[in-house]
Ligand binder design. Structure first.
Ligand SMILES: *Cc1c(COP(=O)(O)O)cnc(C)c1O
Length: 396
């Protein structure tokens, strides 16, 4: 018999949409895939070369569980230069992707009855990782009027004696919005006042637009730094999703517990991928700048295109590579005998009738929206927009 824990969670809905789109493609259908959550660029050449060199040099054995010193040094420099944060080696843990970093945190911090505040729309793994560790996800809704930022007074109203942590994701997947400094400062004050941990997922740090600046909540002073675990990684910044390198930085005792957990589960992240990550962090950063410029162009084009479709409303996000249009005005309409009453209906309609794959907002906790990833070519974006426009025009 399966233990009840295994039945609490569901497979990642974003990966499911991607699988369906790929299956349609395999049948020879011309699908525009807006469902993907990874950059469409190839990993930079110098990063690949570093991995090839690691293989040739025989750097193919176990490494220290928490990552090689060279990589920890690269991460420490990154925090110092990009975020104004000073960490020691014992305050850093390298894991098999940022998702694994988050999982280690959940294992180390969460327990039965603990409440974890998760603003919605949320990244799909936060609630399920809490559930897997016997904690209770407390979903707190945010609104497009506030650029999907959690309001500090709303946060405070949700804190109870059982609240253990708050998870913040800025810039956000799926909304594409980054928090501003004022809001983050107010959130930090409330976290300190009520003595709760802040888990700050900063994986889209390098992708902010329109003059927005990424700020780490841990950078507001020693007190909040001592209550924050920052999570970051190479997947998005260097198009390295398949290499599985992420990292966490935080108080020594928490990092030590997470390292022990990792030592009894995965052991070290792949030795070769660690060498590649060193090259990514310490080598030239022109790749990230090129990718950023390209995403910025697509973002402008996509959002303008979406807003030209009747019944669709899309704020211009200032981060990540997602647009999150509100399509709820179209609910209640029909195409023939197909009724559109939810984000899932809309996603299925667009997939089956227009060959456009995207993710229903309900998967992220808000049924009024759909998530469109612009990590795909401009040509695909144009084609996809035309198809959505035509499909929506048929709704009566
Ligand atoms: C992609 C993503 C991650 C996980 O990245 P990996 O390092 O590939 O595990 C974590 N958080 C968010 C919000 C993401 O979109």
């Amino acid at each position: 018999m399966l233990y009840e824990r295994a039945m609490r969670i569901k497979p990642s809905p974003t990966l499911a949409v991607d699988a369906k789109a790929k299956a349609m493609k395999a049948q020879g259908m011309d699908v525009v895939n807006f469902g993907v959550g990874e950059p469409d660029f190839d990993t930079p050449e110098h990063v690949k070369e570093a991995a090839i060199k690691a293989i040739r040099d025989g750097f193919t054995k176990y490494t220290p569980v928490g990552g090689i010193d060279e990589l920890k040094d690269g991460i420490i420099s990154k925090f110092k230069n990009d975020n104004g944060l000073e960490y020691a080696k014992e305050e850093i843990l390298v894991s098999c992707g940022a998702k694994h970093s988050l999982y280690n945190i959940a294992q180390a911090l969460f327990g039965a009855g603990d409440e974890v505040i998760i603003p919605s729309p949320y990244w799909v793994s936060y609630p399920d990782q809490a559930l897997l560790n016997d904690a209770v996800p407390v979903i707190v809704r945010t609104y497009e009027e506030d650029n999907f930022m959690l309001k500090p007074d709303v946060l405070e109203s949700k804190i109870t004696k059982k609240t253990k942590a708050l998870i913040i994701n800025s810039p956000s997947n799926p909304t594409g919005f980054a928090y501003d400094k004022k809001t983050l400062e107010a959130i930090a004050d409330i976290a300190l006042k009520h003595n709760i941990f802040v888990i700050s997922d900063e994986i889209y740090e390098k992708l902010v637009y329109d003059g927005a600046q990424h700020i780490s909540i841990a950078s507001f002073g020693k007190d909040i730094k001592d209550k924050t675990i920052v999570v970051n990684g190479l997947s998005k910044s260097h198009a390295m999703t398949g290499w599985r390198i992420g990292y966490a930085a935080g108080p020594k005792d928490i990092i030590k517990a997470m390292t022990n957990i990792q030592s009894q589960s995965t052991s070290n992240p792949t030795s070769i991928a660690q060498k590649a990550a060193v090259a990514a962090l310490t080598g030239p950063q022109d790749f990230t700048a090129m990718m950023h410029a390209e995403f910025d162009k697509r973002r402008n084009f996509l959002v303008d295109g979406l807003n030209s479709i009747g019944g669709v409303k899309c704020l211009k996000p200032n981060g990540a590579f997602y647009a999150f249009p509100n399509v709820s005005k179209l609910y209640g309409k029909r195409a023939g005998d197909r009724a559109i009453n939810s984000s899932f209906d809309m996603a299925m309609y667009l997939l089956e009738e227009a060959n456009v794959a995207l993710v229903h907002g309900e998967a992220f906790g808000d049924d009024s929206y759909i998530r469109i990833s612009y990590a795909t070519s401009m040509e695909n974006i144009k084609k996809g927009l035309d198809r959505i426009k035509e499909a929506v025009s048929k709704l009566k």
